[in-house]
Design a protein around this ligand. Sequence first.
Ligand code: DI6
Ligand code: FE
Length: 399
Amino acid sequence: MTFSTLYNNAKIATMTSDKPYGLIENGALVISDGWIKWIGQKKNLPSEFRTLSEKNLEGRLLTPALIDCHTHLVYGGSRATEFELRLKGASYEEISGRGGGILSTVKSTRNASEEELFAESLPRFDAIIAEGVGTVEIKSGYGLDLHNEIKMLRVARKLGKERNVRVKTSFLGAHAIPPEFTGKADAYIDYICSEVLPAVHEENLADAVDGFCENIAFSTKQISKVFEKTSMLGLPMKLHAEQLSNLGGAVLAANYGALSADHLEYIDQNGVDAMAQSGTVAVLLPGAFYTLCETKLPPLKALLQAGVPLAIATDCNPGSSPLTSILLCMNMACTLFGMTPEEALSGVTRVAAKALGIGNEVGTIEVGKKAEFALWNVDQPAELAYRMGYNPLAEMIIV
Ligand code: DI6
Ligand code: FE
């Protein structure tokens, strides 16, 4: 027997049509067994649905449940001291070169038990989902060995189960060179390709594979090795590219048909064109831009002109973006990068879903998609990106 409900009297930001936000005034929705069966204006409701049990949304704004498509929220410890150092003039690269940065988080993450790591990460996860987020991507990359990468990814899966929120995991073994491989980056890449990634895959712990292509991390050649292994295993790819310099990571990601290339402050026209051609999503991360006091803006106009789909995400991590607010991220995307509030909202819904390869299930409100919504106490959708530090969520509706 199917179980159907009529959700009535909402302003629905479907994020589908050409209309701004795909907005439907006086909208209604029929949900059947967790899937959207009908959507439109209440006055057009087919008679067969008129007797369904009804939930009145009282004129509120309904959006797709938001999606944070790039986080590193599972980690041990804190990097507040590094924040103080940066305020005194040290750069992110300098701190990383001195063995601080990512490697200091690797140390605290390795020292934490699975239970401790879960307990430390849960409040960050809760902060993110409290703002209407129904899907969170979580990367590994602070374990950097078999045991600790698996530990991180198990914690990520467990967070999703604990809160009944979708978690998509990405294996980020190629994030930094761990101390036991200092000066042996190629040997480390061989190790993750031959031992860690296959074991992670065997346990079904990675929904995608990511890498950090950067002067302070891995070259395009090293990332290619990881991607070769990834395609053999049939997993999708993502890449941190052109965050601090341009190594050609975006072109590499596009050539492998990656789901997304992320950061992109230093991307050039070649990279933009390659991404447009492959349909690779650009995930912009204003929290990292802000935290590192970056001055080079991602080339928004060039990306839009080429038709590259644009997502945004918190990049929640202890070093370059200690941000657990997707709404503030939307605000920053507008104020710092010049995105419109509508582009910001599609960047955390429709396009974020595409960046995770789940665009056929979630990210818009249309027939055939899952019933996962956020209901807001706001009058117009632009308010979601407009405020800072205020959470107008009325209710998550995940059927
Ligand atoms: N780019 C980032 O912004 C994060 N990782 C990456 O590859 C930073 C991670 C950290 O500093 O801990
Ligand atoms: Fe990141």
